[in-house]
Design a protein around this ligand. Structure first.
Ligand SMILES: Nc1ncnc2c1ncn2[C@@H]1O[C@H](COP(=O)(O)OP(=O)(O)OP(=O)(O)O)[C@@H](O)[C@H]1O
Ligand SMILES: O=C(O)[C@H](O)[C@@H](O)[C@H](O)[C@H](O)CO
Length: 213
């Protein structure tokens, strides 16, 4: 846990200019290369926010899983139906004015457009990891289909989100608890800035050590 460390959104979480302008997001897409910590963080975030979580890997066609498990990177064509499915889930949440968290590597700018449909209430939460840091996590992980040998192709494919995308960038090397606190602090700051307008995501997102019961 973070112990005595004082966590501020500014040190670990960096909202893009467009996110600051767009205000509080409704749907959060946790993105980054394989092994950066998406599933772990997204589970904690959805629990903290009290909203549904969809694990993007569960939406892959079986052929994609088999291909990745065999150590062969996916192509744009392989990913397209998967991205569209994730985009449909996101559109459903947006249409129903519901919060949601979904994991998806979302490696390229075009993939992110497919997922968000350019909707400004869809925020990509980018877990930015170093090659060494993510590589160490992949090598230690034993219960996953994705081999550590895919690390290079994941970084080669990655187009980092730009400041003109709706993105909250987090330093993936931090502890899960610190990441969660930093993300929530950033979301609360957006909410405050928006003047507590119609509730979207944050509201009850308080640090675990200050949460009731
Ligand atoms: N903040 C963290 N600090 C330390 N270890 C972490 C952190 N987040 C995740 N891990 C560990 O790193 C490994 C990779 O995490 P996780 O499976 O969540 O990554 P992922 O991005 O969802 O991977 P994939 O895209 O391949 O499914 C796991 O063993 C997990 O326990
Ligand atoms: O876009 C891709 O190359 C892949 O889909 C991967 O990133 C996986 O979905 C996942 O992250 C591994 O578990």
């Amino acid at each position: 846990m973070s112990g005595n460390t004082t966590i501020t959104a500014g040190t670990l979480a960096r909202p893009s200019s467009v996110l600051k302008r767009a205000g509080v997001p409704r749907v959060l897409v946790v993105m980054g290369v394989s092994g950066c910590g998406k599933s772990t963080f997204a589970r904690m975030l959805s629990e903290r926010l009290g909203c549904p979580l969809v694990e993007g890997d569960d939406l892959h066609p079986a052929t994609n899983i088999a291909k990745m498990a065999s150590g062969t990177p996916l192509t744009d064509v392989d990913r397209q139906p998967w991205l569209e499915q994730i985009g449909q889930q996101v559109a459903q949440w947006i249409g129903a004015r519901q919060q949601g968290v979904v994991t998806c590597s979302s490696l390229k700018h075009a993939y992110r457009t497919t997922i968000s449909g350019r909707h400004e209430q869809v925020c990509f939460v980018y877990l930015k990891g170093s090659r060494d840091g993510v590589g160490a996590r992949l090598r230690e992980r034993t219960d996953h289909f994705m081999p550590a040998s895919m690390l290079d192709s994941q970084f080669a494919t990655l187009e980092e989100p730009r400041d003109d995308e709706v993105v909250l960038e987090l330093d993936a090397s931090a502890t899960c608890e610190d990441l969660l606190d930093a993300a929530c602090a950033a979301l609360r700051a957006l909410e405050k800035e928006a003047g507590g307008d119609e509730a979207t995501v944050v509201v009850d997102c308080v640090p675990a050590d200050r949460a009731p019961g």
